[in-house]
Design a protein around this ligand. Structure first.
Ligand code: NDP
Length: 244
């Protein structure tokens, strides 16, 4: 029977590239989205046309109730959960003195609590199978911090703590948990930045170019493969050398 992967935020950007990479690796894929129904459904059709199974499921990852329902639906439709990629994320930038409580909570709830909710929901399934792969998408700003992104950087630093704790809890059960920390990737999330900010970011990248979503997906694909069986609790920067 084929293996199944859940990719949160799989409707666009990095998540969509991860969906395509895992499907090409032989996984059936659950594409989890919040608002982009058409993009999620058309990606599911694209994957099905390649011979793999795919489902698009709407689920706000910040709600444990919705995540538990989504996980049951994945098990019912794809037969299990072998891989979880916690990729769903968003930004709401601003300086701390102007950042509202809601701006802070909303980002932590989606980016960090969302990853916790999904990890909590799939863990019993993976423990029972005595195997599994969890990959959490952090960010280099979770390591370095970034002015104007206290909420986002805190959520991404939290992802690293979550990754290492889960890796320690699940290591003896055959489940690996790792994190990928992208630098600057060409997606909707970065498209909204001004040209001035884009230039300032590029100036900090030794390779002098931004990543494509596939650059991130390739590393996620490796971490989900049999080849990465002895890698756990790690944070791998994929950033053109931005943070060393
Ligand atoms: P996009 O903005 O292109 O896509 C975000 C994805 O997350 C969408 O699929 C969106 O769903 C989904 N999403 C957002 N909130 C929720 C929610 N509450 N529940 C379920 N799904 C949700 O982002 P990117 O592809 O650029 O980023 C993907 C990940 O990579 C994020 O975690 C981001 O923080 C991280 N990252 C990105 C970098 C970059 O330069 N782009 C750099 C470092 C890290 P929908 O389409 O339905 O709205």
């Amino acid at each position: 029977m084929s293996k199944a992967a859940i990719v949160t935020g799989g409707s666009r950007g990095i998540g969509a590239a991860i969906v395509r990479a895992l499907a090409s690796d032989g996984f059936d894929v659950a594409i989890i989205y919040q608002g982009s129904v058409e993009r999620a459904q058309s990606l599911a059709e694209e994957i099905k046309a390649t011979g793999r199974n795919a489902v698009a499921i709407r689920c706000d990852v910040s709600s444990l109730e919705q995540v538990e329902k989504m996980t049951s639906e994945v098990v019912e439709k794809l037969g299990g959960v072998d891989v979880l990629v916690n990729n769903a994320g968003k930004t709401r930038d601003g300086l701390i003195m102007r950042m509202t409580e809601e701006d802070f909570d909303s980002i932590i709830n989606t980016n960090l609590k969302g990853a916790f909710n999904c990890t909590k929901a799939v863990t019993p399934i993976m423990m029972k199978a005595r195997s599994g792969r969890i990959v959490n998408i952090s960010s280099v700003v979770g390591v370095t911090g970034n002015a104007g992104q206290a909420n986002y950087a805190a959520s991404k630093a939290g992802i690293i703590g979550l990754t290492k704790s889960a890796a320690k809890e699940l290591a003896t059960r055959g489940i690996t948990v790792n994190s990928v920390a992208p630098g600057y990737v060409r997606t909707d999330m970065t498209e909204v930045l001004s040209d001035k900010i884009k230039e300032a970011i590029l100036a900090q990248i030794p390779m002098k170019k931004c990543a494509e979503p596939e650059d991130i997906a390739n590393v996620v694909s490796f971490l989900c493969s049999d080849k990465a069986g002895y890698v756990t609790g790690q944070v791998i920067n994929v950033d053109g050398g931005m943070v060393m």
